[in-house]
Design a binder for this molecule. Structure first.
Ligand code: ATP
Length: 358
């Protein structure tokens, strides 16, 4: 393998057992919806053609992915690509037409009503764009509402609610009513409410889309911080690439109900599978996303190999100073093995945004 042929791990390889495992999931709305996934002929049609032929909308088409424990997995796509329907299929708020959804190995589609209720209450929590707060309840009571439904005692509820109030930066607002809070603060209440039940998985459906850009950035930072502190598995839906890149360990790009590509941010930017993804990532500041493994090259006979060493996963932006300051190219090394080298030329090409077209 040359330095330029970057090895991309297959999805989930070398990972612990997934928390969520989705296979061949379809959601078709319309008459005789269940016939569509069974028919290779209908499956081959575009969404539009399927609609014209059968009157059905294939919101989610043959989608599969795994989410690892503690991972932030982002589903990204434009409006109508099927993100919301997909995430709702995971907890059967929308009933999938066909396929398999496993949660910690358990077949969700086989769960009865009681088990499903139990899973929704105890294992998953959802944060929506519209906060869905109860207007006549104070912040603390909104946060503990889910625990109340579960039958948790008053003292225990209050204690848990206070813990998450601190966690999401709402201290001092415990007694406020939702309409006394800004949008960002209301979404913090939504976050706290989701965290209060100590779920295994947090599902976010475009939670920050309605917030203005500065508040939105604050809330994204909040999610990054929370994830660092509580380490929950998170599945996050967004139509915003920069949000996806900021939050996601891996990102699934959806288009017309289908998966286009799943990968880490640097894989999407470094090796887009098609023009659609390439267009999507075109304006991403590459130096902030690409890592050294994407820009290193094989040493040439005349290269001096006594430069400093850096790992292949160091982000270009973070390596820039070290590379430019070094007299010899930086050696990209993993476990003592020289993978390639990076010199001023490679760094400057990315920083200047030229290397993609070179
Ligand atoms: N209940 C329904 N009945 C019929 N069609 C539906 C239904 N729900 C969703 N759809 C269709 O399925 C497709 C995917 O919708 P979905 O809301 O999942 O997309 P999305 O990516 O979440 O978009 P947005 O960000 O605008 O919500 C759309 O064409 C939508 O019109």
């Amino acid at each position: 393998m040359t330095a330029q042929e970057v090895e991309v791990d297959p999805v989930g390889a070398g990972q612990p057992d997934p928390v969520i495992s989705v296979r061949d999931v379809w959601k078709v709305f319309g008459p005789k919806a269940s016939e569509v996934p069974k028919s290779p002929e209908l499956c081959a049609l575009s969404r539009r053609e399927l609609m014209d032929r059968t009157g059905c909308t294939a919101a989610v088409r043959d989608v599969g992915f795994d989410v690892a424990p503690g991972e932030v997995f982002v589903v990204m796509g434009l409006s109508g690509s099927g993100k919301s329907t997909l995430v709702r299929c995971l907890t059967r708020l929308v009933e999938p037409t066909s396929g398999q959804v496993l949660f910690e190995g358990e077949d969700i589609l086989a769960a009865d009503e009681k088990r499903l209720r139990d899973l929704r209450r105890n294992k998953f929590s959802m944060v929506f764009q519209h906060f869905g707060l109860l207007p006549h309840r104070r912040v603390l009571d909104n946060i503990s509402y889910g625990l109340e439904i579960r039958g948790v005692g008053k003292a225990e509820r209050a204690k848990r609610a206070m813990e998450v109030v601190d966690l999401v930066g709402l201290s001092g607002y415990e007694k406020s009513y939702p309409d006394q809070l800004s949008g960002g603060m209301q979404q913090r209440v939504g976050l706290a409410r989701a965290l209060a039940g100590d779920p295994d998985v947090l599902l976010f459906d475009e939670p920050f889309s309605a917030l203005d850009p500065l508040i939105r950035r604050d809330m994204q930072n909040e999610v990054v911080r929370l994830h660092r502190e509580v380490g929950k598995t998170m599945l996050f839906i967004t139509h915003d690439l920069s949000e996806a890149l900021k939050l996601g360990d891996r990102i699934l790009i959806m288009r017309d109900g289908k998966v286009v590509q799943v990968g880490t941010g640097d894989e999407l930017v470094g090796a887009p599978v098609d023009d659609y993804v390439r267009d999507f990532v075109r304006d991403v500041p590459r130096a902030n996303v690409l890592t050294l493994k994407w820009i290193m090259r094989d040493p040439r006979p005349d290269d001096v190999l006594d430069g400093p060493e850096l790992g292949p996963d160091v982000v270009v932006r973070d390596a820039t100073r070290a590379v430019l300051a070094a007299a010899a190219p930086v050696k990209v090394v993993r476990d003592g093995e020289l993978l390639g080298i990076v010199g001023d030329e490679e760094i400057l090409a990315v920083v200047a945004g030229q290397e993609a077209d070179a």
